[in-house]
Design a protein around this ligand. Structure first.
Ligand SMILES: Nc1nc2c(ncn2[C@@H]2O[C@H](COP(=O)(O)OP(=O)(O)OP(=O)(O)O)[C@@H](O)[C@H]2O)c(=O)[nH]1
Length: 325
């Protein structure tokens, strides 16, 4: 649960609806495509490792494939060729091209013509295809190709927006230095995690990890070595927890972990594991010795996140003070 993506390029959009995508607008775009080409069927088709899914189908009685239809990845459909090559495809008359003999759109549905362009995710991966099919053979001129390219830009603009928004959310929630959640990101994920644990009755513990005398490390070895210490600590903490736990850096040398922990004994073992992992990492990376103090607070259903954090912080401070005397 280290980060939350707004979209997954390998998941069907129809199964993971997203508020930033206007399916209604996409529907109008696909309808317009079919209308301008006077074609009986127009589509936006998505491809993932699972296969192909019709995301949007033009709303016409002549169109045999409604939105949601799934096609296995190995089926010899026109769209597959585009996904494999990343290039546009125009087939004026599939009945005279033997390579399409096994294509069910030709063999079973009787389509003759296909024109499609690849649609890309903002990271350059192929989302799928935007295409028109006709039962008759066609003779589309260049201007038609221009038209379909322009229309697909409307779809890609929405996918770009999704990418930009996702990046902005990541930036707002990530600590630049350590690459883990910052306070904002940690809070958002921790709130969700606490709600989930209340629902399924699991025991969560908040750990508050603070580097001892970090100021001295900066003063003696320089700020950039101090940064290396913080990065190493973040890496070690991430390695000591499960993927469903939440980790964050919420202050200069202060880190927090929200983790599942059933018993006192589990907690003791986890703290010892963190201490050992820090010692091992210091030795492996030839960094100056440093230690941490770890406070904790068990999460009760009635606790607010603020209270849990404050109590874990106080526990950490009390342990630091006890050690100092
Ligand atoms: N290198 C580096 N130092 C930072 C960063 N953020 C905060 N600091 C420094 O971290 C130090 C934290 O100092 P203190 O809060 O006094 O804590 P401490 O020296 O660890 O003392 P105790 O917590 O009492 O053990 C300060 O000197 C900050 O300047 C950072 O991103 N990189």
């Amino acid at each position: 649960m280290a980060s939350q993506k707004l979209y997954h390029t390998n998941r069907f959009l129809l199964d993971n609806p997203n508020d930033l995508i206007s399916i209604d607008k996409w529907q109008k775009t696909v309808n317009l495509l079919a209308q301008l080409f006077e074609a009986p069927a127009g589509f936006l088709v998505q491809h993932t490792d699972k296969g192909f899914q019709v995301t949007i189908a033009s709303q016409q009685a002549s169109n045999p494939y409604p939105a949601g239809v799934f096609i296995e990845p190995e089926v010899n459909i026109f769209c597959r060729k585009i996904v494999e090559t990343g290039k546009e495809l125009y087939v004026a008359n599939a009945h005279v091209e033997p390579c399409w003999d096994t294509n069910p759109e030709v063999k079973n549905d009787g389509f003759s013509s296909y024109l499609g362009v690849p649609v890309f995710w903002p990271d350059g991966r192929c989302f799928g295809t935007f295409c028109v099919m006709d039962y008759r053979k066609t003779d589309y001129q260049n201007s038609y190709l221009e038209l379909i390219r322009h229309l697909k830009e409307i779809l890609e603009a929405d996918l770009s927006l999704l990418g930009l928004y996702s990046e902005m959310m990541q930036l707002a929630r990530l600590d630049d230095l350590c690459g883990i959640n910052n306070r904002r990101g940690f809070r958002a994920l921790a709130e969700q995690r606490i709600k989930l644990s209340i629902r399924n009755g699991s025991n969560l513990v908040m750990l508050y990890v603070d580097v001892d005398e970090f100021k001295r490390i900066n003063d003696e070895h320089g700020h950039s070595l101090g940064d290396e210490v913080l990065k190493l600590l973040a890496k070690v903490l991430k390695q000591c927890i499960r993927v469903t736990d939440v980790v964050g850096r919420i202050g200069g040398d202060e880190f927090v972990l929200l983790t599942l922990c059933d018993t006192e004994q589990d907690l003791i073992v986890l703290k010892a594991r963190i201490m050992q992992a820090i010692s091992d990492a210091i030795a492996a990376n030839e960094l100056p010795h440093f230690s941490v103090t770890i406070g904790h607070k068990t999460v009760k259903p009635s606790d607010s996140l603020e209270r849990v954090l404050a109590c874990a912080d106080q526990d950490m401070l009390a342990r630091k003070t006890r050690r100092a005397y």
